[in-house]
Design a protein around this ligand. Structure first.
Ligand code: SAH
Length: 453
């Protein structure tokens, strides 16, 4: 088999990046945009010793799980990997992926396929969107998304994961740029003004923020743009963000208020959050609430417990748990996030939550060795790479009754659970939560409990 060969494949599985997987003559092929159950004709694009990549040329027989993508630019965009797959099939794929990692990496052979909390309406769930601006070959200002592996902008203001208002806001900004002949930023020369537009919406409050990222500090006729944007229902805040550096990082550190408040507010359950243009905040608030409710249920709080929330971000989980706990301690590496966490605690008049800046693997051992602190329950929600060894070691030493592990990467989750379960804990409950429909990403929450011998 070599490059450019035509092959006929039955797609039988799906890879971790959403590509279809088929086998032929003992060779495994990965095919983007192919769905399990499809019979396809494909062209080999790259061959390795026992696997290869192929391009989908024709669907000979469509899978029963196949559906037409809703986004007009789904294929070029690449932001969603699973738009050609029905939502049910997608949830099943995610549940199997979690199970597979727990069995293969964690060694939990008897674990069943977990339940997965899906969305009733899996579209328009993102509360945050960032659109790059540029100029096309004809000199027209455009916005959309970057084509794969490049910074060429594919014009498209309609993303079905984003809110309805995004498109209205982008059209107003495009019209303003045209009318006042405002330039867009060029990476090659470092010249031009508008780089990106960030739009955030509080789903519970319906408040909207528009933040224009500028290679500068002002924009021509900003008052006119502001008036036009204020016509959008829910608009609460218009900001400039200054980013004059030649960098791929979207946002700079300086914010300039243009109109309205400098933040929007949102609510998860009963807890209020104040969100600025630079704050980290979960992008799917509907599912976040379900995820945190599951974590709360697993934590089994009666009102007396001491809870540690490691990798706490802006304290969303800590504050969500605080009302049911005796005391909550949050640890997070980003100082700004901890400032937000403390402010959010105040905003909600929560007095039994305390936050520390630092690495979980340093703060927790220090507090344990030096101050003899303990925990009834530990909640962890680490980044993709999972927990650091030192953090896991201290968790075992502290012997909390329950550990609730929230993870966005089931492979590192399985690795860390294996470590904990070889040291006195057992898995009691596993649930998936679909925070990112149409993408391959899956969130997972696990309860492990201390074994009493
Ligand atoms: N629990 C939060 C955010 C979890 S995201 C929520 O639900 O909103 C993971 C967080 O871990 C990020 O905020 C990241 O800044 C933080 N982080 C990464 N490495 C860390 C470390 N070694 N110690 C503590 N926090 C860390």
């Amino acid at each position: 088999m070599k490059k450019n060969d035509r092959i006929r494949l039955k797609i039988e599985d799906i890879g971790v990046n959403g590509e279809g997987i088929g086998k032929l003559d003992g060779l495994t092929f990965f095919v983007k945009d192919a769905v399990p159950g499809d019979l396809i004709d494909a062209k080999v694009t790259k061959m390795k010793r026992n696997y290869g990549y192929a391009r989908l040329m024709e669907i000979v027989e469509a899978s029963g799980d196949r559906q037409a993508p809703k986004c007009p630019c789904a294929k070029q965009c690449g932001g969603c990997q699973l738009q050609a797959m029905s939502y049910e099939a997608q949830l099943d794929f995610k549940a199997k992926k979690i199970q597979n990692h727990l069995v293969r990496i964690g060694g939990f052979e008897k674990i069943e396929k977990p339940k997965i909390i899906g969305m009733e309406n899996p579209w328009r769930y993102r509360n945050k969107a960032q659109f790059p601006f540029g100029t096309d070959a004809k000199g027209n200002v455009v916005t959309g998304f970057y084509a794969a592996h490049s910074h060429t902008i594919i014009p498209c203001t309609e993303c079905r994961l984003g809110t309805e208002e995004n498109q209205v806001i982008l059209k107003k900004i495009l019209a303003h740029m045209k009318q006042y002949r405002i330039s867009t930023y060029e990476e090659e020369t470092g010249k031009g003004l508008l780089r990106h537009v960030l739009i955030r919406k509080g789903f519970a409050t319906r408040e909207i923020m528009v933040c224009l990222v500028l290679n500068g500090r002002s924009m021509k006729a900003a008052d006119k743009l502001s008036e036009s944007l204020q016509e959008v229902s829910g608009l609460t805040s218009i900001m400039f963000n200054v980013n004059v550096k030649n960098t791929n990082v979207i946002m700079g550190s300086e914010l300039i208020p243009v109109w309205g408040k400098e933040y929007i507010t949102d609510r998860i359950g009963d807890v209020l959050f104040r969100i600025s243009a630079l704050s980290f905040y979960q992008v799917n608030p509907v599912q976040t609430k379900k995820l945190y409710e599951t974590a709360l249920e697993y934590a089994g709080l009666t009102g007396r417990e001491t809870v540690w929330d490691l990798y706490c971000g802006i304290g969303t989980i800590s504050l969500f748990l605080a009302k049911e706990a005796g005391k909550v301690y949050g640890v997070e590496i980003v100082p700004d996030a901890i400032e937000d966490a403390r402010r959010n605690a105040e905003l909600n008049q929560i007095e039994n939550a305390e936050f520390f800046v630092g690495k979980a693997e340093e703060v927790l051992p220090r507090m344990y060795e030096e101050q003899g602190i303990y925990a009834d329950v530990i909640v962890v929600d680490p980044p993709r790479k999972g927990c650091d060894q030192a953090a896991l070691e201290t968790m075992v030493k502290m012997q909390p009754e329950r550990i609730v592990y929230i993870s966005c990467d089931s492979a590192t989750l399985a690795r860390d659970l294996k470590y904990l379960c070889e040291r006195g804990y057992e898995v009691r409950n596993v649930k998936g939560c679909d925070m990112f429909p149409w993408t391959v990403h899956t969130e997972c929450v696990v309860l492990i409990q201390r074994k009493h011998i």
